[in-house]
Design a protein. Structure first.
Length: 290
């Protein structure tokens, strides 16, 4: 199919983009990489009257680490650029790993980090990574900027805290712990396909005791938003991630997750797969705690 007719504009400032979104006379949508929006246009699942291309706005092209050690990723930053950035690879390797699971190089070369987060497919990699990394989302609208934590940003499938007259202008990741391990695992039918289920794990090792000080476990494909599982985290804290802790974390996934079934996988299959991936991810993350 072909998309319904639409107009196109490429503003050069955030203020101009917000004004276009806030104009009540016509329905406007943000486009950056277009990896999600363009297919929806072609299938006429979306029919905006105006596409607002934000990739030519210099203020949204930043990929920087501030004085506190936090990572700032502007809305125009491509996924491939973020994954290849030395600072990201060193300080936030979980983010780089999650990006490498996205589709194929051509998709990562055009798709943006913030675009995937704002689109919020609950089976996608970046919402899960952002939840695990305790991201903060800077949303810009007619009333200025507001910052939303990850636990409040992802509302439901394809729905976030971003309003119709707002844009996600930046995602901020806090400084990483001094000693931590990470892992990102997912199951796909073929490389580049959407994941059946996935998991992101972050473990912080206590330098004094040598055991896990804090843990973060977040699943994709297990609900209408990234699913954090505190019971699995509690099973890992104050341990050295041995067989007993791994078994407890696995049991927490089997009892705590309630994924839906569909034509691709039953709910039971997703739950069992999530538990298996969790054990593998925890083992890898602990090995990386050095």
């Amino acid at each position: 199919m072909k998309p319904a007719p639409f107009d196109y504009t490429a503003p050069r400032s955030v203020a101009e983009a917000v004004a276009l979104l806030a104009d009540p006379s016509r329905d406007a949508k943000i486009v950056a990489g277009g990896q999600s929006l363009i297919p929806m246009l072609n299938m006429r699942l979306a029919r905006p009257e105006l596409l607002v291309d934000i990739t030519r706005i210099p203020a949204l092209a930043h990929l920087t680490v501030d004085a506190s050690g936090a990572l700032h990723i502007g809305a125009a930053v491509r996924q491939a650029r973020a994954a290849a950035d030395p600072a990201v690879q060193h300080g936030w390797p979980l983010l780089a790993a999650a990006i490498r699971h996205i589709g194929h190089p051509q998709i990562r070369g055009r798709g943006t980090v913030c675009g995937s987060l704002a689109h919020h497919d609950p089976a996608a990699e970046l919402p899960t990574a952002a939840r695990a990394l305790d991201a903060r989302f800077v949303i810009t609208g007619p009333r200025g900027n507001r910052t939303v934590p990850a636990e409040d940003f992802f509302v439901a499938t394809f729905s976030t805290a971003v309003g119709d007259d707002e844009l996600l202008s930046e995602v901020v990741l806090p400084p990483p712990p001094a000693t931590h391990g990470w892992a990102f695992e997912e199951l796909t039918r073929r490389h580049g396909d959407f994941a059946t289920v996935g998991v992101a794990v972050l473990l912080e090792r206590d330098a004094g005791t040598g055991s896990v000080r804090t843990a973060r476990v977040v699943f994709s494909g297990a609900g209408p938003a990234p699913v954090r599982l505190p019971a699995a985290e509690e099973a890992l804290v104050s341990t050295r991630v041995g067989e007993e802790a791994l078994a407890a974390a696995r049991d927490a996934a089997l009892t705590g997750l309630s994924p839906s079934g569909d034509v691709h996988a039953s709910a039971a299959h997703r739950r069992e797969t999530a538990a298996h991936l969790l054990v593998r991810a925890c083992t890898t993350a602990w090995e990386r705690c050095s």
